[in-house]
Design a binder for this molecule. Structure first.
Ligand code: ADP
Length: 373
């Protein structure tokens, strides 16, 4: 006859996709009760694992139904997370700093495909190259591609010891950057339509339930547009500044304008505009530059909003090739024009944001070194 011990043992086959630990070890399954032919279990997932719920429910049911004398499995979902978690969600002050993180930079764009993630990744690398402790949070739920741009798409982040809401996600470390991405949490093939509502519930966990440790900068790659992620984020943490990415075409400005208006409405300080794909630099004739997408978009947007045009990033083939190979151009080819522009962008951001004296000195000496080269 199947016992509670048998059921618990069998449930160890059900794993967390990220840490590869089992649900018993993680204390995600509680209160296993066996009354032949029925088993009742309680599933208590931390918020960052909610995207795995359907699969876990299915697997729990399946391993328990494998017992010959069990033909009914009831799974209760624990919708009352521990006190700490519910406090985080409902009673938290409007803007709650993340312990140990000094500055948050949000990278946003009015629409997808303008190079927002490319810029977030290379900005993070350039800040790290300045000796600053840098994290990258890829909150682009519709296209979380920073893991592949950073060459860690195959890795799964681990979770800390503990159970339920006490657990913390441990970022993946690459090129000196602590990376957490929605891409690590979303199960492959999960329909995009489920992701929007999910985002609302996990954005705060992404901020507060990650073992970020001490960071000078956390760069956040936002989803495109003016949706829930931007609003959740702006109403959760104090953002030091947002960057709006656009391309030179006049048609892309309308979307960018909406993004700028949203940040203003939410009271998020704007650092400036980054224009991507400003000119094409042919690899065989690097002295030539072609304005294949027109010109002036970034400048127009900056003028209209009385903001600086922080950078104009050229189109360079290695930017795509190296990114596809999992190495951002700022790391693989630091002397390419786009890498230099990313480096200058990082410097500019440092100067726009108040930073402490030792770090400022470090960055100034780095800038002097670059100028001497
Ligand atoms: P978004 O995050 O806005 O959707 P991505 O950063 O994913 O955009 O970029 C979309 C595609 O364009 C990627 O294949 C990327 O490598 C390419 N890309 C972005 N910026 C550049 C650039 N300056 N030069 C060449 N390719 C670029």
């Amino acid at each position: 006859m199947t016992t509670i011990e048998d059921a618990n043992f069998a449930l160890q086959k059900v794993l967390d996709a990220g840490s590869q630990k089992n649900v018993i070890e993680l204390a995600w399954i509680k209160n296993v009760r066996v009354t032949i032919p029925r088993v009742i279990v309680t599933l208590s997932l931390p918020s960052f694992a909610n995207s795995q719920r359907d699969r876990i429910v299915q697997e729990v049911r399946s391993v328990l139904l494998d017992f010959e004398d069990i033909d009914d499995v009831q799974i209760e979902i624990d919708n009352n997370p521990s006190k700490t978690e519910s406090q985080n969600q409902s009673n938290a002050p409007e803007l709650q700093k993340i312990d140990g993180i000094r500055h948050i930079i949000a990278v946003s764009s009015g629409k997808g495909g303008v190079g927002k993630s490319t810029i977030a990744v290379n900005l993070a690398c350039s800040l790290a190259k300045l000796g600053l402790k840098t994290g990258l949070l890829d909150a682009d739920i519709y296209g979380p591609n920073t893991p592949s741009m950073m060459g860690v798409a195959e890795q799964n982040p681990k979770v800390t010891e503990g159970s339920g809401s006490d657990q913390r996600l441990i970022p993946i470390n690459k090129y000196g950057i602590s990376l957490v991405s929605m891409g690590f949490l979303i199960e492959e093939g999960q329909p995009v339509i489920w992701r929007g509502p999910m985002l609302n519930s996990i954005i705060r966990q992404f901020l507060y339930q990650v073992e970020w440790n001490n960071l000078d900068f956390l760069v956040i790659d936002l989803p495109p547009g003016t949706g829930d992620a931007q609003i959740s984020l702006s109403q959760s943490v104090p953002i030091s500044g947002a960057i709006v990415v656009t391309t030179p075409q006049q048609v892309s400005l309308q979307d960018a304008r909406r993004g700028l208006a949203m940040f203003k409405q939410l009271g998020v300080p704007l650092l400036g505009i980054v224009e991507n794909m400003s000119v094409f630099i042919p690899p065989d004739m690097p002295s030539k530059k072609y304005e294949i997408f027109g010109k002036g978009g970034g400048q127009t947007l900056a003028k209209e909003n009385d903001l600086p045009l922080l950078a104009q990033i050229p189109i360079e083939i290695p930017l795509v090739d190296d990114s596809n190979k999992g190495v951002p151009i700022s790391i693989s080819q630091p002397n390419k024009e786009s890498s230099v522009v990313f480096g200058n962008l990082a410097q500019l951001i440092l100067s726009l944001i108040h930073i402490s004296e030792p770090t400022r000195l470090l960055s100034i000496s780095y800038a002097v070194l670059c100028l001497k080269k």
